[in-house]
Design a binder for this molecule. Structure first.
Ligand code: TRP
Length: 493
């Protein structure tokens, strides 16, 4: 008998908990900032509506209808397609390996906040790169393992293991705390942020639309791949979670609730970030566009700096990093859970043992991100995975359902269990629109990649990034070629 969520609320909490994470508080504000504030919001919201939500409906429906994890679900669609699930699972595994490393940074900051005299006062940037990461000058100098980060990573993995070891039930319990807490904390930070001088300038920068920027393909690419990331689509997680639902569970409503909550929390986090950035601009007498560095810098340089400029800085630092940790932890364990579900479909080992194997191996692989060149590797892996890995999985999913399984068939099922009925538009989106858009995005991105080396990294380092995409892809293709032999086994039962 398959495990079950104890209630619909727990399922929704789990799905929202997976979707809401560092993507909302760190990645979304950073992209918004990078693309000039308000300019990013429109593509993001459009991509969320036309790409994200329909695909989320697809993943929920597939998992719930077939009652299977990602690999078996796609194998059911066609015996050669198990590789799509495999790609999704590898994507989760790779993301969780570096996601945990980011949580380790947050943990270091969290612990340091208890020293009351915040050590980064005055030079948050120097503190992050020089002290926390001890970053080398270039990716070619690995610089050995940074033992504090190594230790923090170990603690993060113990926490993740603790959350997933008992399966769905223990997840339910942890979720009741992990989902609402960050929201309350963000609320407190927002109120504090809004009462700071200059915050409104930051907020104006955030919400002011910039229609000229809409012509940039870069912007649309970033928005589309971020929607995949933030909704946890293309990772097999949502398929796995939905497979624990009763077959009669509502689907469309659950999907809308998940994607709207996720977007709302991102927008909310954006208000917090830009209020504080506005304050920083005001207090250093510079412009909003100039105060912050893009990338990982936004959460780990600008925030600590802003926090240190507040009254009771240690208290706000503790709150902020606790927010990051709690937001990230449930995302991290949902990735691990998704992997365990799939492994559980293949191997007889207990849930606990599988959890131990997944957490243990992810920890070992993550050691690369605790070296003094770790940030560079993280940057490259994140880039290739989000721009190619996720988009490819999304594309394959649409082709599998749109052209092989038949979107009408899935939609009939969705409508038979859901209060809100899906119109025929959904079939067209899955079958034609989405594949066309994703192919265009991939081609344009590929062109970019070969004309301008990403962030000027050396070729060997970029090849590492390509390998992250290509190795799983080759295995998936191998599974497709081999599929005919295993077909009878997989589909007869
Ligand atoms: N959606 C999560 C966030 O916004 C991150 C994430 C990406 C994720 N892929 C995932 C979470 C897979 C769980 C499972 O931070």
């Amino acid at each position: 008998m398959r495990d079950r969520w104890s209630s619909r609320t727990i399922f929704i909490l789990a799905a929202v908990g997976s979707a809401v994470g560092l993507g909302n508080v760190w990645r979304f504000p950073y992209l918004t900032y990078k693309f000039g504030g308000g300019a990013f919001l429109i593509p993001f919201l459009i991509a969320l509506m036309v790409l994200g939500t329909p695909l989320l409906i697809l993943e929920f429906a597939l998992g719930q209808k077939l009652q299977k994890g990602a690999i078996h679900a796609f194998q059911h669609v066609h015996h050669r397609l198990g590789g799509i699930g495999f790609l999704a699972i590898t994507a989760s595994f790779i993301v969780v390996v570096y996601y945990a490393a980011i949580l380790a940074w947050a943990l270091v900051y969290f612990v340091k906040s208890f020293t009351f005299n915040l050590p980064w006062v005055g030079d948050a940037e120097g503190y992050f790169f020089g002290n926390v990461l001890q970053l080398t000058d270039s990716i070619s100098q690995i610089g050995g393992v940074n033992w504090w980060l190594f230790l923090a990573l170990g603690v993060v993995w113990l926490a993740i293991y603790y959350c997933v070891r008992k399966g769905v039930d223990s997840i339910g319990k942890s979720l009741k705390i992990l989902v609402p807490l960050p929201l309350v904390l963000l609320g407190v930070l927002l109120i504090r942020g809004l009462t700071l001088e200059g915050s409104l300038t930051g907020i104006y920068y955030y919400i002011r639309p910039d229609f000229n920027a809409l012509l940039s393909t870069d912007l649309w690419l970033a928005a589309a791949s971020h929607v995949f990331f933030t909704l946890s689509i293309g990772f097999g997680i949502m398929i796995a979670y939905a497979s624990y639902n009763d077959k009669k569970q509502d689907i469309t409503e659950n999907s809308y609730i998940t994607s709207i909550s996720d977007a709302a929390i991102s927008l909310f986090a954006g208000f917090v970030v830009f209020a504080i950035v506005g304050y920083m601009a005001h207090s250093t007498a510079s412009t909003v566009a100039d105060v912050a560095t893009a990338g990982p810098g936004l959460a780990f340089v600008v925030f600590p700096q802003a926090l240190s400029m507040m009254p009771l800085p240690w208290l706000f630092s503790i709150l902020f990093f606790l927010t990051l940790l709690t937001l990230g932890l449930d995302s991290a364990f949902s990735m691990v859970e998704g992997i365990i579900v799939v492994l559980g479909d293949f191997f007889k080992a207990t849930h606990k043992k599988l959890a131990m194997i997944v957490c243990g191996s992810a920890f070992v692989l993550g050691i690369i991100f605790t070296t003094r060149a770790g940030l560079y590797f993280l940057d490259i892996v994140d880039h290739f995975l989000s721009h190619f890995g996720l988009v490819l999985v999304g594309l394959f999913e649409c082709i599998a359902i749109g052209w092989i399984y038949g979107p009408e068939k899935l939609r009939t099922y969705i409508n038979s269990v859901s209060d809100w009925h899906l119109g025929a538009w959904w079939d067209y989106v899955i079958k034609y629109f989405m594949p066309a858009v994703l192919i265009i995005l991939l081609v344009v991105q590929m062109y970019h990649e070969f004309t301008v080396p990403y962030e000027g990294y050396p070729i060997w380092a970029l090849e590492v990034g390509w390998l992250v995409v290509i190795i799983p892809l080759v295995i998936a293709i191998g599974m497709a070629l081999h599929g005919s032999k295993t077909s009878v086994k997989c589909c007869k039962k």
